[in-house]
Design a protein around this ligand. Structure first.
Ligand SMILES: Nc1ncnc2c1ncn2[C@@H]1O[C@H](COP(=O)(O)OP(=O)(O)OP(=O)(O)O)[C@@H](O)[C@H]1O
Ligand SMILES: [Mg+2]
Length: 366
């Protein structure tokens, strides 16, 4: 099938005509029928973590765990046995990548020349992950709205209950009975504090200014080390080329702080042993899709710890309000962090196994 929107160059032509492929979120390679790469698009480059030049010197067959189906399909499509072939495969990634192999769906297509074949590679995980993220986001939004309305409903009668208990207390002359009214007042106060935290993200106005991500990290680092002065190291690994951006500094400090505090709290055993560690790592990311929007440039802040990991039972619900796996936790830290990051059009992901938990904040850069 010829590709009407891309003018394919003749032999020795410039790669500029393939530029349109760089706009795609899926990986694309243009190859010879024997698998030699002529072109790799930006998404393919990013996923392999290699430059286009390096990929173009290789054969696509080298990047596929079992190259036989690809070899056969390339030959068949070039011979015009059929115009398009599809199959699933494992993409090998350079040594040291995590994960080192990636399940992909491969689509091999003819071009206007028998000497060139277009190979599209779609991350299978990516598709299911995007679907899942979208579903979770919708659910989380609904839950948040429900909780906000509920909090409002609780707030109003709560004032009445507390006030009445106080009035009653003044009328009572037995200490034994005032103990009961005191319990009512104290519990009303506790509930009031909870309700205030539930409503907090919607209270403060969004204040926008120039924000430096490393200044935020340093603030959070100082705060966390002040709260946990013993047995915890907070290491930093910054890409200082990350530019400043427009955002709400206080909100972002709160978001990063909530995540870092969780890590420090989860590290109680290791803190006692003196080998607890948190890493604050910043990186630039290119061609990032957040929700339905694609950004050319984004920053990633990885908050990693060597703790026991998010409890399995709540792993897929940690961003939901009131979900906590911690004694005395109210389950509001992460949903609040997520709300603040979403207000910056960003996203938070969590990847957790015992010994290594990473919360990744992605924020688009202009
Ligand atoms: N780095 C981490 N390692 C292990 N578990 C974590 C980590 N981060 C979060 N969790 C788990 O996720 C739960 C939810 O976190 P969240 O910050 O939303 O609430 P909380 O810490 O329980 O309470 P709050 O932050 O409102 O005081 C935590 O209770 C904890 O079980
Ligand atoms: Mg917390």
């Amino acid at each position: 099938m010829p590709l009407p929107f891309v003018r394919l160059p003749g032999l020795g032509g410039s790669d500029a005509s393939y530029d349109a492929f760089d706009l795609l979120a899926t990986m694309v390679a243009v190859v010879r029928p024997d698998g030699r790469c002529l072109f790799a698009n930006a998404a393919f480059e990013t996923l392999l973590g290699l430059s286009r030049r390096a990929i173009v010197r290789s054969s696509l067959l080298d990047w596929i765990a079992d190259p036989a189906p690809l070899r056969d399909t390339l030959a068949a499509v070039a011979r015009n046995d059929y115009a398009c072939g599809r199959f699933d495969a494992l993409l090998k990634r350079p040594p040291g990548s995590h994960p080192d192999q990636l399940p992909i769906h491969v689509i091999v297509n003819q071009t206007d020349s028998a000497e060139r074949v277009v190979v599209e590679m779609i991350e299978i995980e990516q598709q299911t992950r995007l679907d899942r993220e979208e579903r979770t986001l919708g659910q989380a939004q609904l839950t948040k709205e429900l909780i906000r309305n509920l909090a409002h409903e609780i707030k109003n009668p709560l004032g009445g209950i507390r006030g009445s208990a106080q009035l009653l207390q003044m009328e009572l002359d037995s200490d034994r009975l005032t103990e009961y009214t005191q319990v009512i007042v104290q519990e009303a106060d506790r509930l009031q504090a909870l309700v205030d935290r539930l409503l907090a993200p919607h209270r403060r106005p969004h204040v926008v200014g120039d924000v430096n991500i490393h200044e935020i990290c340093e603030r959070v680092r100082a705060l966390v080390l002040a709260e946990f002065p013993h047995g915890l190291a907070v290491e930093r690994d910054y890409d200082i080329s990350i530019p400043e951006f427009r955002g709400d500094r206080e909100q972002l400090i709160q978001a990063v702080l909530n995540i870092t505090l969780n890590a420090a709290q989860a590290l109680d055993r290791r803190r006692a042993a003196g080998d607890a560690a948190i890493w604050l790592r910043t990186r630039i990311a290119r061609q990032v899709t957040i929700g339905k929007t694609r950004w050319r440039l984004a920053l990633e802040l990885h908050i990693e710890d060597n703790g026991p990991g998010v409890p399995e039972s709540i792993r897929d619900r940690v961003f939901f309000p009131l979900v906590s796996g911690r004694e005395g936790g109210s389950g509001l830290g992460l949903p609040l962090a997520q709300t603040f990051v979403q207000q910056h059009e960003g996203t938070i992901d969590c990847d957790s196994v015992p010994g290594r938990t990473v919360f990744k904040i992605t924020l688009p850069l202009p």
